[in-house]
Design a protein around this ligand. Structure first.
Ligand SMILES: NC(=O)C1=CN([C@@H]2O[C@H](COP(=O)(O)OP(=O)(O)OC[C@H]3O[C@@H](n4cnc5c(N)ncnc54)[C@H](O)[C@@H]3O)[C@@H](O)[C@H]2O)C=CC1
Ligand SMILES: O=C(O)CCC(=O)C(=O)O
Length: 327
């Protein structure tokens, strides 16, 4: 299996690459070859990462290739994990970030269309993840949209862990806590469908004041809280969530898991918008959006807000990619 990782000299990659090499993601019987893409200025650092991977003497890791050439990176790729993105710099507006990254994901989408295997499976992590995935899908136009996903599993893991800690139980016992919409601070973390293997969540966890004042803002702002504390964004937990997302997508799970996927119109979300939905993964790189989880009247305005943000992001990216003068 040939796995391309972009942004491979970055901090999420540093936590993720050993998990891939050990077999934690694609299984302990699956040999993999890694193709590591980063920009030219990061090549020395990337060589160091490759040396450390070699020094791990991982039996499943058959080859490591480093490159800064996007057209070489995706040749014959079976899986692409897209971590590389332009970071938000001081003074940059959200829109500037969106436009900068739209250009990167356009280029990578085109390279995937030209060079990757047709059955490739793609996970977008670089922010703004939902809209980057939508841009990529436009340009990787020969790839079925159901082969392109983005990461919201970190948000689901954060919300699940929050509930487990409150109830003093293991996160494994908490199911169906979902995070809907955009991977941004408009996401809607939802406890109305949550259960434990002892039964429904207690009423106090669905109290509207508690949800509004504590649970929802803590989950929405968790990434910012980690940045404030570490002076760096989440990397260990992000790599762990990438592992969970890919393992479940490839090897299957009985749990209902959050994935950002292309809307087919489910839940009234416009077709083509990449939205975090609850998904069922039977295995082999397939998923189905699970259609029947209610939002409750409490959830509706939150969903409207995240949906509106995603529609606006798509408008902005689309306008930048296809300015009126070029149409
Ligand atoms: N969806 C999610 O849940 C999460 C998303 N993220 C996002 O993931 C991304 C990566 O995070 P980190 O590893 O912490 O960042 P980082 O800044 O440590 O690494 C990013 C790497 O990408 C590289 N890069 C930049 N442009 C590139 C291009 N065009 N092609 C290839 N590589 C390129 C950089 O040189 C750098 O080595 C960021 O956009 C971050 O905001 C982070 C945490 C969670
Ligand atoms: O919050 C950010 O801007 C970067 C990291 C991230 O997406 C997260 O921790 O959820």
């Amino acid at each position: 299996m040939r796995v391309t990782v972009t942004g491979a000299a970055g901090q999420i990659a540093y936590c993720l690459l050993p998990l891939l090499a050990r077999g934690d993601v694609f299984g302990y019987e699956q040999p993999i070859e890694l193709v590591l893409l980063d920009i030219e200025q990061a090549q020395t650092s990337l060589q160091g990462v490759a040396m450390e991977l070699e020094d791990g003497a991982y039996p499943l890791l058959t080859a490591i290739h480093c490159t800064s050439d996007v057209n070489k990176a995706f040749v014959e790729a079976d899986v692409a994990i897209l971590l590389g993105a332009f970071p938000r710099k001081l003074g940059m507006e959200r829109r500037d970030l969106l436009v900068k990254n739209a250009a990167i994901f356009k280029e990578q989408g085109e390279a995937i269309r030209k060079h990757a295997k047709e059955h490739i499976r793609i996970l977008v992590v670089g922010n703004p993840a939902n809209t980057n995935a939508a841009v990529l899908a436009q340009y990787a136009s020969n790839i079925d949209k159901k082969q392109i996903t983005a990461l919201s599993r970190l948000d689901q893991n954060r919300a699940t862990s929050f509930v487990a800690k409150k109830l003093k139980i293991s996160p494994e016992e908490v199911k169906n806590v979902f995070v809907w919409g955009n991977h941004s601070n408009t996401q809607y973390p939802d406890l109305f469908n949550g259960v434990t293997n002892r039964g429904p969540l207690p009423d106090w966890l669905r109290d509207e004041k508690f949800l509004r004042d504590e649970f929802i803002p803590v989950i929405q702002e968790r990434g910012a809280a980690v940045i404030k504390a570490r002076k760096l964004s989440s990397a260990m937990s992000a790599a762990n969530a990438v592992k969970d997302h890919l393992r479940d997508w490839f090897l299957g799970t009985q749990d209902i898991v959050n994935m950002v996927v292309c809307s087919d119109g489910s839940y009234g979300i416009k077709k083509g918008i990449f939205f975090s939905f609850p998904c069922y993964c039977p295995g082999n790189g397939t998923f189905e959006i699970v259609p029947h989880f209610p939002w409750s009247s409490f959830g509706e305005p939150w969903i409207e807000r995240t949906k509106k943000e995603l529609y606006e992001e798509w408008e902005q990216a689309f306008t930048a990619l296809f300015p009126k003068s070029s149409l």
